[in-house]
Design a protein around this ligand. Structure first.
Ligand SMILES: Cc1cc2nc3c(=O)[nH]c(=O)nc-3n(C[C@H](O)[C@H](O)[C@H](O)COP(=O)(O)OP(=O)(O)OC[C@H]3O[C@@H](n4cnc5c(N)ncnc54)[C@H](O)[C@@H]3O)c2cc1C
Length: 381
């Protein structure tokens, strides 16, 4: 039997991989992490200052247990590192009562008995004048929602994993992962490493290391835009919960962290497809933000609808908008975690834990059936 460099490895120490690394190291496993860039970095899915966390789900109730588990794990990581990573300043979900996201949030609330508050149009206008409301709008306030600090979270998980004995190879692209009867070879330009088991968490690049996912991941380029506030005091975390109004021309918004600007992102079909994640276009053109500027002018009247800062990122999307999480085809040595389709950060430690359980125990307490890598996913063109 060939000599192993360590018991396990995680390829991609990004949002999900850093958490898997931390969970594996916490189980006492000798583990190596590999990233093609530094840890953290801003060249893929994790950058841009903040990520939303919520306990409800505007998509499907299937995510609620992941939110609950993630909350516990975020708190555990904070306790272990002494850093504030998640601030629960609430979420205001807005829209007409019949809108799909409102129906879905209420379904998740009912299915799991989640804490929430329902607001009618007048109550929203009185309590949150930062938002323009229209007759028939309702608001759902989730007190167990808020914002994460993604860069600090990834750094914290990776550092804590290293304190627990993990080794991180930065600026080390993995070229291939090869599985055989004795273990897994992780091939880099300089040398081939050997492990018993591997988690592949390559984000927008995940299909390059998992040929079975070829064509099943579409890389898209969400942008983030910061707008100056007339009265920044109205947008502090205490007064301005994270917000979601994802109708056709929809947006999400965060409280001001710099006391001057508010970050807004578009939820509509404005995400460009990225043909090659190595060539992410990081310049955001004026034309790209015009639609969001108009949404801001219409829905967030206290913000100047001229961007003062922009950034471009990317994520891998599946055709059913659900992540991929499970064993690679025909092996129990490699777990794939990818295709997080714009929702993964909040659940990162939960998927890191699920991947760890699967890899070490052969099964997991999480329901990963909806995320099976071999489910019927349409191929992208
Ligand atoms: C702009 C934007 C806003 C978002 N907002 C939210 C939000 O508010 N809330 C939320 O929950 N989610 C949000 N998401 C989604 C969430 O951020 C992603 O789903 C999540 O970060 C995906 O994590 P990942 O680990 O799959 O990818 P990444 O974080 O990109 O990590 C993948 C890592 O793998 C490395 N890698 C890839 N291939 C190799 C290789 N061959 N060798 C070595 N290293 C490799 C990469 O360098 C990278 O570090 C948002 C996404 C974007 C882009």
């Amino acid at each position: 039997m060939s000599q192993h460099d360590a018991e396990a490895a995680v390829i991609g120490v990004g949002s999900i991989g850093s958490m898997a690394l931390w969970r594996l190291a916490g189980r006492g496993v000798a583990v190596h992490g590999f990233d093609q860039f530094g840890v953290p970095h801003d060249r893929s899915a994790m950058g841009g200052e903040t990520r939303m966390f919520r306990s409800t789900s505007p998509r499907e109730p299937v995510y609620v247990p992941f939110g609950a588990a993630a909350l516990t794990l975020w708190r555990e990581l904070e306790a272990q590192t002494g850093r504030e990573l998640l601030r629960l300043n609430g979420e205001l979900v807005l829209g007409p009562a019949s809108a799909a996201h409102i129906v879905n949030v209420l379904e998740s609330v009912r299915a799991y008995g989640l804490e929430h508050e329902l607001l009618d149009t007048e109550q929203i206008a009185a309590r949150y004048p930062q938002h323009r409301v229209w007759p028939g709008d309702i608001g759902i306030l989730d007190p167990n929602a808020g914002y994460l600090r993604p860069e600090l979270a990834v750094l914290s998980a990776a550092q804590r994993a290293q304190e627990l004995g993990a080794v991180v190879h930065t600026y080390t692209p993995v070229l291939r992962v090869e599985i055989d009867a004795d273990g897994v070879s992780v091939v880099t330009e300089d040398r081939t490493f050997r492990y018993g088991r591997v988690i592949v968490a390559g984000g927008p690049w995940v299909d390059r290391l998992a040929p079975e996912l070829a064509g099943k991941i579409q890389v898209r380029r969400p942008i983030l835009v910061w707008y100056a506030a007339d009265d920044p005091a109205a947008y502090t975390p205490e007064r301005f919960p994270i917000a979601l109004r994802p109708e056709d021309d929809g947006f999400y918004a965060f409280p001001s962290l710099d006391g001057a600007t508010v970050k807004v992102g578009p939820t509509g079909p404005f995400k460009q497809v990225v043909p090659d994640p190595d060539l992410l276009e990081r310049t955001v053109g004026i034309d790209e933000v015009r639609t969001l500027d108009a949404i801001v002018a219409r829905c967030l009247p206290g913000l100047h609808p001229d961007p003062v800062r922009v950034s471009a990122h990317m994520d891998g999307y599946t055709s059913d908008n659900r992540p991929i999480a499970g064993f690679a085809a025909g092996t129990d040595r490699v777990v794939l975690l990818g295709g997080f389709s714009g929702l993964g950060f909040k659940y990162a430690p939960a998927f890191g834990e699920a991947g760890t359980e699967l890899l070490l125990d052969g099964s997991t307490t999480f329901d990963l059936k909806p995320f099976a890598p071999d489910r019927d996913l349409a191929a992208w063109d």
